[in-house]
Design a protein around this ligand. Structure first.
Ligand SMILES: [Mg+2]
Length: 368
């Protein structure tokens, strides 16, 4: 996850660190296959099979048919007629997630979970004093297998950005090290759309500026990157050089993204409030797109002219995956409060239960 307050950290100098990104393989689908032998070796999609359903996770057997997470179930079924749909069991996934975090904690207290099935670990100084981070990763993966019966992949590198890239490189059930001298070359060949933290909108803008790969980005000045991409431009500038000094933050509190606005004059009219709400929806969505995060819980905050505050939330089982979905959910929450009992002084909107949108991206194939 790349937060706005973090982009400043993506600059040298920094001490050499050892960071592992651990990522469970096809997590939800693997848990289902573990718990139900009938599903093993078969194409499985976790998610709703109904007309408006979406795939939350796909087994590797299903991925061979092109089934991907966030794909409409109807499309998935068309691509893979034998696809078996299984209802998600989030309580089970959470329990497994807790087990793997306990395994991480045997090696380091510096654990930054990104979602139920992936985390960054800083093992520079690890609790068992294992000299090589690759051996720590091996130990963690084998313990995960022993305790949960599930496969995990790991990326090992000297910063978060490269560790995350590396964990995709030998998936499933593999690990890969990007040593300091390999970092810049690794990033050079990477298409900008594959950069973690660069969403579709930013990627399209980069392409329109002639930036297609890490090398294209590296050929630009810091000023150029900042002029075109604001604060994030500095982050891109450094990661295109294989440099990322963001800390692994054990105490990460960013679990949501929100925006709010106090009006010049109090509002009572639904249409006028929708106009204001649309601005907040744009803001929240732009952030999500920019950093590649998706959330499952939409919360509307309403402050009245007497300063009373109410909040109304709606959680969906799959991450909100488009601006129009976020808009629809947000406006519906507001509509439920109409007519408002008192004039409205402020509206706020947040999206929480964040996760990464690239959780189930196809394996990266990079020239070495
Ligand atoms: Mg995963």
């Amino acid at each position: 996850m790349i937060d706005e307050d973090e982009v400043d950290q993506a600059a040298p100098p920094g001490r050499q660190r050892k960071i592992i990104h651990v990522d469970m393989d096809a997590f939800y689908a693997s848990v289902e296959q573990r718990d139900n032998p009938d599903l093993r070796g078969k194409p499985v999609a976790v998610g709703g099979s109904q007309e408006r359903g979406v795939v939350a996770a796909a087994s590797y057997e299903a991925r061979k048919f092109g089934v991907r997470s966030a794909m409409p179930s109807v499309t998935a079924k068309r691509q893979c007629p034998d696809l078996i749909f299984v209802k998600p069991r989030f309580e089970v996934y959470k329990a497994v997630s807790q087990q793997i975090r306990e395994i991480f904690a045997e090696h380091t207290p510096i654990i930054e979970p990104l979602s139920l099935d992936e985390a960054y670990l800083d093992v520079t100084e690890n609790l068992q004093s294992v000299p090589l981070a690759r051996d720590v990763a091996l130990a963690i993966r084998s313990k995960i297998k022993e305790v949960t019966g599930l496969n995990a992949s790991a990326g090992i590198s000297y910063n978060k950005f490269l560790a995350k890239l590396a964990s995709d490189y030998r998936k499933p059930n593999g690990q890969y090290v990007i040593a300091p001298e390999m970092g810049p070359a690794f990033v050079e060949a990477l298409p900008v759309s594959k950069f973690h933290g660069i969403g579709p909108a930013t990627s399209a803008k980069m392409n329109s500026l002639g930036l297609h790969t890490g090398l294209d980005m590296r050929n630009q000045s810091l000023e150029f990157m900042q002029a075109n991409f604001g604060k994030a431009g500095g982050y891109y500038y450094w990661i295109s050089r294989g440099v990322d000094n963001r800390e692994v933050r054990a105490d990460r509190i960013r679990k949501s993204v929100g925006a709010e606005n106090t009006f010049a004059a109090d509002l009572t009219d639904f249409d006028a409030m929708v106009v204001e709400l649309e601005r907040l929806i744009d803001k929240v969505w732009k952030y999500c797109e920019g950093v590649g995060n998706r959330g499952r819980t939409v919360t509307l905050k309403v402050k009245f002219n007497d300063f009373e505050i109410i909040t109304r939330s709606r959680s969906v089982s799959l991450a909100v995956s488009s601006r129009s979905d976020l808009g629809r959910l947000s406006v519906a929450l507001l509509q439920n409060e109409i007519p408002v009992p008192k004039p409205v002084r402020l509206l706020g909107l947040s999206l929480s239960a964040l996760q990464h949108s690239d959780d189930a991206e196809p394996q990266l194939v990079l020239p070495m």
